[in-house]
Design a protein around this ligand. Sequence first.
Ligand code: PMP
Length: 400
Amino acid sequence: MTDLPLASRADYLVGSVIDSSTSLLAQQTHDIVKFAMGSPAADAVPTHTLAHVAVQTMGAGAADAFDYAATEGDSALREALLAELAGTTDATTPDRLTITSGGMQGLDLAFKLFVDPGDLVVVESPTYTNGSATALSYQAELLEAPVDENGLDVEQLEELVVRAGRTPKVIYAIPTFQNPSGASMSLERRERLLELAQRWGSVIIDDDPYGMLRFAGEPVPSLQEVANGEPLVFSVRTFSKIIAPGLRVGWVSADPSLQPLLISAKQAMDTCTNLPLQRLVAGFLREGHLADHLATQRVSYRDRKDAMQTALTEQLGDKARWTDPEGGFFLWVKLGESVDTERLFEVALAEGVAFIPGNAFSPSRRFPHDLRLCFASMPPARIHEGVTRLARAIEKVESE
Ligand code: PMP
């Protein structure tokens, strides 16, 4: 630890086991099947198309692509994105739209605007702990509410809030193909959540990076659509999962009254989202590539999810249970009490397979026997190999 005079908020910077897995895995020299990070497969990133669009948008004659951008976002991207979203459940308007540096900055802006030290923030359990870590960095007190196959259990949430004796300032939800469980909130639960938030005077941070990656079932309206103009839903979106995470470009759609504050907050953070990559994404959208790309990826991710479930049934059918998502990237696997998945991680890494242990998805470490598998990053044959290695690692841990 440093001897330098840190601010008290530094005690609340808890980091991310999920993100740290990237450098941990990069240090390994043996072959590893990577089910850990939630990134699109390398072959799922449209590099050729992006390179082609990059030459057009950043090549000779487009020198202003390397300037500062408007804080609310470059007009080329704003216009292309508004057109792309028109008619979808995420349709938005210029006065609601701010371009961000990835989804994480959208979350940071949201928690920054609404959380004072000691405020109660509801998070799902399990949740995406980069999100809960952002709430903690503003010194929130967290209340974990359970998730089942229909997403956040709104009835239990109501009971937990009654028991807490105070209402939450913010409810942080990942309503569609949740990270890490893969579960989606039913329409009934979305409606009920909005009623509760309205009653409590809470803001809902609606974090949905995966909603466009549906490969089964029927679409459910977004929280913003269900809210029908009520200002309490703050939607955070990103291009990370639908184009590429290295772009670090995303957006928020929030009540127009918030836009001046969002711009001021962003100006005190990073001035603007980087312009060359905004132009790149704008060109990709304008040329109509996103729809084709998503259509291909949905089929590929469905096949990968099926391959992972088939391999799990073959290898671990009697030892584990797992979720059945209709989209997104993740399966949540429950092992018996005989397996501590943090210990399993060490053995599995030596066997050549990586995942994220369940405890990484709960600020109070509620999931010691569960784990998250990302099915999106590997082709079916590698998925089969990875699950075989995982089963071997489980046997080893069970016999320790
Ligand atoms: N929210 C959730 C639920 C996520 O899964 C992710 C990415 N793993 C993010 C936000 C952050 O997105 P970005 O990489 O664009 O910052």
